[in-house]
Design a protein around this ligand. Structure first.
Ligand code: IYR
Length: 355
């Protein structure tokens, strides 16, 4: 049977459409896998060739024009290879520009890109890996005291009422706070859960006025550009009711500045330790820190100094595997401290109950 010329053309077009970037990558990965299993490859190749011959044997168009089709395909392939080479160079640039991805980020399938391929590492032998925690880590009984349901209800209510009093403060008293209090607050923050118990946080506590002044200089200079040029009209308009700007007296008024860095990875006994979910872990720790500050009768501000991370990291001598996440001034509120009269959303506005 002879396949019509138009159908053969259609098959060629389909073939090229099918070979988009992802498919080229998939095919090359597939070929690499196959090469590691030579016998399978030979079998597969023989079967493919027989199949191709039986298909194309009945297609005079393809039979006649195969050199053009092949040339077209090779041109297509070299363009793709050229493209992916540049894409991988861009990727390297991204790493240098610190868009370093941890294994959890690599493993995550984005919402609009369903991908069931496994992380390449999974194909390696299990013996190549050693856990960061001891492999014979003991599991012990939970230290837990059960309280009555009435007490649970009372405590949850009391704690909510207490936490509801927490306010973000931008006007600090210069009154000092014992370092012991700050240490206990950070100890509390250190009880946060973290990815694979990697505890990927570094808390830098600054009390020294000279360093606080330098931090303020760096932040005010950068925030002035942020507010005037980078943040945009909508953002600065949204911030107007909160009366924030690039002048940040709290950076020298508050007795303590706590700078929280996320550690992307670390080294333990010369072995690199991956810090999974490091940003989430650090944010959980920050939540506990804020709670502990409030419980200790102090106030804080969870500030995110935009574009100041590298300069502050350098000033504070932190290594390049650490990135600044938050800066919190901590202390007592100024005597005539004002806060914006904000209302919190009602529970029903941000909760969906499926009871
Ligand atoms: N980081 C700036 C701007 C800022 C941004 C947000 I979103 C705020 O809620 C508050 C301030 C600053 O600290 O002024």
């Amino acid at each position: 049977m002879t396949v019509p010329c138009r159908t053969q053309n259609f098959i060629c077009v389909l073939f090229f459409c099918f070979l988009d970037v992802e498919n080229i990558i998939n095919i090359s990965q597939f070929l690499r896998n196959m090469l590691s299993k030579k016998k399978l490859v030979i079998d597969f190749y023989t079967r493919m060739m027989n199949k191709m011959y039986s298909i194309f044997g009945d297609m005079p168009f393809i039979k006649q024009y195969w050199p053009f089709i092949l040339t077209g395909f090779l041109c297509y392939l070299s363009t793709r290879i050229f493209y992916s080479k540049y894409a991988s160079q861009d990727k390297k640039k991204d790493i240098i520009n610190s868009t370093y991805q941890t294994p959890d980020e690599i493993a995550e399938i984005s919402e609009n890109n369903s991908d069931d391929t496994q992380n390449d590492e999974n194909e390696e032998c299990d013996d190549d890996y050693q856990p960061s925690l001891p492999s014979d880590l003991e599991h012990i009984p939970l230290n837990y005291d059960r309280i009555s349901i009435d007490e649970t209800i009372d405590r949850s209510n009391e704690f909510y009422n207490f936490m509801n009093l927490r306010r973000t403060v931008r006007h600090f008293s210069q009154e000092d706070v014992p370092i012991e209090v700050i240490r206990n607050i950070i100890r509390t923050a250190g009880t946060a859960p973290s990815g694979a118990h990697t505890e990927p946080w570094t808390y830098v506590v600054v009390h020294n006025m000279e360093i606080k002044k330098q931090i303020r200089e760096i932040i005010e200079a950068e925030e002035e550009i942020n507010y005037k040029k980078r943040m945009g009209k909508q953002w600065t308009t949204d911030l107007k009711p909160l009366k924030t700007n690039w002048i940040k007296e709290y950076l020298t008024d508050a007795p303590y500045l706590i700078l929280l860095f996320k550690q992307l990875f670390s080294f333990k006994n010369g072995v690199k330790r991956m810090h999974y979910y490091n940003e989430i872990s650090v944010c959980l720790s920050a939540g506990l820190l804020m709670t502990a500050v409030h419980y200790a009768g102090l106030v804080s501000l969870t500030s995110t100094p935009l574009n100041c991370g590298p300069a502050l990291r350098t000033l504070l001598n932190r290594p390049s595997n650490e990135k600044l996440v938050l800066l919190l001034p901590v202390g007592y509120p100024a005597e005539k401290c004002l806060v914006p009269d904000l209302q919190r959303k009602d529970l029903s506005e941000y909760t969906i109950e499926m009871l």
